[in-house]
Design a protein around this ligand. Structure first.
Ligand SMILES: Nc1ncnc2c1ncn2[C@@H]1O[C@H](COP(=O)(O)OP(=O)(O)OP(=O)(O)O)[C@@H](O)[C@H]1O
Length: 242
């Protein structure tokens, strides 16, 4: 039980006693540049609870992507611990970390990274089949999600036949296809015009609330950030509430 959060709760207090779904406990991350260490995260403490949305607003180069990569188990921290649903992840075998990432975490990037030769529907079906669902099951869920996001009539279109906002909504459907508990988004509307960004952001918010996802969204858009539950920044390698 030593890897389960109990006495050692995160400093931030939840509105109720529910455990945070993601907790970064004194997380450190450094790179080496020209032989010199570059300290990016210097002991980050950050927790987020189910159903919560947090905007991460920080200047370029301060470590937003690094933070999302570490939180999403794509990169290991150099110090500290990342807890997902109360479970410490740093000492897990690669295959267990991959399983947690696949089951619990959805990613949305600035550029959608959809597979160009597949339809919108197939792009949302594929991650579910990788997880072990049958095509029929995966298709039903994909179709339901795309319809929910206003793409019911666009399911058979390939990415190149969709607008930027539509492509990004497909990417959101793909990110949540396996019903993760955490959504990590890196500038998900950064590539869109303001009106389309607003649309995509609304769709994202609706989905997050309906599924009680915990969402961390890195954005430079203050209007969109204002619509989230909390806003944080990275200052001197630490997360600070705004
Ligand atoms: N693999 C790496 N090796 C060396 N340095 C890196 C590596 N990845 C990131 N960095 C450096 O770490 C710092 C933080 O990078 P990161 O991508 O997390 O910033 P960011 O806040 O997301 O920036 P942006 O808003 O421009 O995307 C930058 O100075 C970057 O050059």
């Amino acid at each position: 039980m030593s890897d389960v959060v109990n006495a050692d709760r995160p400093a931030a207090s939840a509105p109720n006693e529910e455990a945070p779904v993601l907790w970064l406990d004194k997380v450190e991350r450094r790179y080496t540049e020209a032989g010199a260490p570059l300290e990016i995260l210097k002991g980050v403490d950050f927790a987020i609870w189910p159903g919560e949305t947090v905007a991460l607003i920080a200047p370029s180069g301060t470590g937003k992507s690094t933070l999302l990569h570490v939180a999403g188990l794509l990169e290991a921290p150099d110090g500290g611990e990342v807890y997902i649903a109360g479970k410490a992840t740093s000492k897990l075998a690669d295959k267990d970390r991959t399983r947690i990432r696949r089951n619990e975490i959805g990613f949305v990037y600035q550029f959608h990274h959809l597979l160009p030769e597949f339809s919108a529907l197939e792009n949302v079906v594929l991650p579910q089949m990788i997880r072990g669902l049958t095509y029929k099951e995966a298709k039903a869920r994909a179709s339901e999600l795309l319809t929910y996001l206003g793409l019911g009539e666009r399911q058979t279109h390939r990415p190149a036949e969709l607008s930027g906002g539509e492509q990004q909504r497909v990417a959101i459907a793909r990110a949540v296809a396996n019903a993760p508990s955490i959504l990590l988004a890196d500038e998900p509307t950064g590539n869109l015009d303001p009106k389309t960004a607003d649309h995509v952001f609304s769709a994202l918010g609706q989905l997050v609330r309906a599924s009680r996802l915990a969402a961390v969204v890195a954005t430079h858009n203050m209007d969109l950030a204002a619509r989230m539950d909390r806003r944080v920044t990275i200052r001197d390698g630490l997360i600070v509430e705004l």
